[in-house]
Design a protein around this ligand. Structure first.
Ligand code: SAH
Ligand code: SF4
Ligand code: F3S
Length: 465
């Protein structure tokens, strides 16, 4: 083809591509769902754009875990009203947990939205786009089925860091912790077929991915919804994924402590590629509060699990989630959370003020803690956790460990940034050139709050982590 024709062909084909802007709020499940929606729309004539003003379509993937997240979603969706008035051809789709929860109510409140779709409907998005274009009226697709099967889907690697990916292994949650909206927004637990998960991991690894994080709201219940003859437990799934040749690091999130089995702890001894990090949300250090939260474990059982994990993997990094100000939480209950945190010494923690989320059961409990008191407890918890995080990082100075390179650090040329097996950011100087996913051994020289500073480990000093 002559150069002129190639130019015309390219200009023509580029003109055909429509701009898609995606706003994602919420957890890793939403991040992964946004990636899937992007890939599906890219196969249907859209191209990702960072410019909202010139978008032909906008997806807002929403989270409703706390009141603030829902407000954030509504305020972003509301801000699109004027753009829709100026450009009636703009397609606005709202996905995720607020969409699932609100459905018709959202349509009434935000009539400029074209598509409202729940997490089970993301695979139908191209179809929903076609329907909207043809019918020019709003569509709601939020049905939830217990027979839902997560379709086989082979991801591409067009966006994001090339060496690491999330793989969803299950959707939904059956636990009904009394404060939590997830069982209502994501529905009953549905495990993905083991063969599909392995096929996706093999495909990703063959495409150059070196690190996989398996995702689910409670990965330890993986397989519980499958027929007994076909059932694979989560530890068995981990072993099978870890056996995929070429995979270098394996992670998972997240786990309810009530389902953490000895078989999973053993995986930390047996699987060399399983990263030394466990996110184990405790929520509270008071047995009375844990019972009211419907968490099905006690502080004593939780501490025994922490011991078990540290025996299986002495340098394991433990992180958690905490809620302060749950209805009925007394000053003594809160102190019990502080005591637990001193015992465990988490590497880091996510902490939140309790937020009432209808129809979650705790909305019927009397909210006895004032907002001021919640804010005070949160600040006390966060300040102490910050100190412990700094102390934990300080303890790492002098240690030699392996980092997986992510790229050049913000510090510029010759400065590299990577992550340790514990998932900590490690920055170091090196004259070498790396690609994302390469491994390098470094010695920690300095601790900063959100990251560690390191230098290349001298080869004669190389020891195991
Ligand atoms: N499936 C995960 C939790 C996902 S939600 C698990 O069971 O560990 C992430 C965190 O949000 C929870 O661990 C909890 O700490 C917090 N959270 C959930 N509902 C909340 C609410 N109503 N108010 C405040 N924080 C909440
Ligand atoms: Fe929510 Fe509890 Fe399920 Fe986690 S385990 S998603 S906190 S109901
Ligand atoms: Fe939020 Fe839904 Fe995830 S409520 S935390 S986006 S499962």
């Amino acid at each position: 083809m002559p150069t002129y024709c190639i130019y015309v062909y390219f200009t023509w084909s580029l003109n055909l591509l429509k701009n898609l802007f995606i706003e994602t709020i919420g957890c890793q499940m939403n991040t992964r769902d946004s990636e899937i929606m992007l890939q599906l729309l890219e196969q249907n004539g859209y191209s990702l754009s960072a410019d909202l003003a010139s978008a032909d379509a906008v997806i807002v993937n929403t989270c409703s875990i706390r009141g603030k997240a829902e407000q954030k979603a509504y305020s972003f969706i509301g801000s699109l009203r004027r753009q829709k008035e100026e450009n009636p051809d703009l397609i606005i789709a709202v996905a995720g947990c607020v969409a699932q929860q609100e459905g018709e109510k959202m349509r009434v409140r935000m009539p400029h939205v074209d598509i409202i779709l729940g997490p089970q409907s993301i695979y139908q998005l191209p179809d929903l786009f076609l329907q909207v274009a043809a019918a020019r009226k709003g569509i709601i697709s939020t049905s939830q089925s217990t027979d839902f099967t997560i379709p086989s889907f082979l991801p591409d690697l067009k966006h994001g860091l090339p060496h690491k990916r999330f793989v969803t292994i299950m959707q939904g949650c059956n636990n009904y912790c009394t404060y939590c909206i997830v069982p209502y927004t994501r529905g009953r637990e549905v495990s993905r077929r083991r063969s599909d998960i392995l096929a996706e991991v093999q495909h990703l690894v063959a495409s150059g991915v070196r690190e996989i994080t398996l995702l689910g709201q409670n990965v330890n219940s993986y397989g519980n919804d499958q027929p007994r003859e076909e059932r694979t437990s989560f530890p068995d799934l981990l072993r099978q994924v870890a056996a995929v040749s070429g995979l270098v690091r394996l992670r998972f999130t997240t786990s309810n402590p009530k389902d953490l089995s000895p078989a999973l702890m053993t995986c930390f001894q047996d699987l060399a590629i399983l990263c030394h990090h466990f996110h184990l949300p405790v929520q509270s250090g008071s047995n009375a509060v844990l019972a009211k939260m419907n968490r099905h474990y006690t502080v004593e059982q939780y501490l025994a699990q922490v011991d078990g994990l540290r025996q299986a993997c002495p340098d394991i990094s433990l992180t958690t989630d905490i809620i302060v100000g749950f209805p009925g939480e007394t000053a003594a209950d809160f102190q019990a959370t502080m005591d637990l945190m001193e015992k465990v010494r988490y590497d880091s923690a996510f902490s939140f003020k309790y937020s009432s989320r209808p129809p979650a059961k705790s909305c019927d409990f009397e909210d006895t803690v004032s907002d001021e008191e919640k804010a005070q407890r949160l600040a006390i918890f966060q300040n102490r956790q910050k100190e412990i995080t700094e102390e934990r990082h300080q303890e790492m100075v002098g240690q030699s460990l392996e980092v997986m390179i992510e790229g050049i650090s913000k510090m510029g040329q010759g400065q590299w940034s990577g992550r340790s097996s514990h998932n900590l950011i490690v920055n170091f100087h090196s004259p070498a050139t790396y690609s994302p996913g390469d491994l390098e051994r470094v010695t920690i020289t300095e601790s900063c709050f959100n990251s560690l500073r390191a230098e290349l480990t001298q080869k004669e000093n190389v020891k195991n982590d």
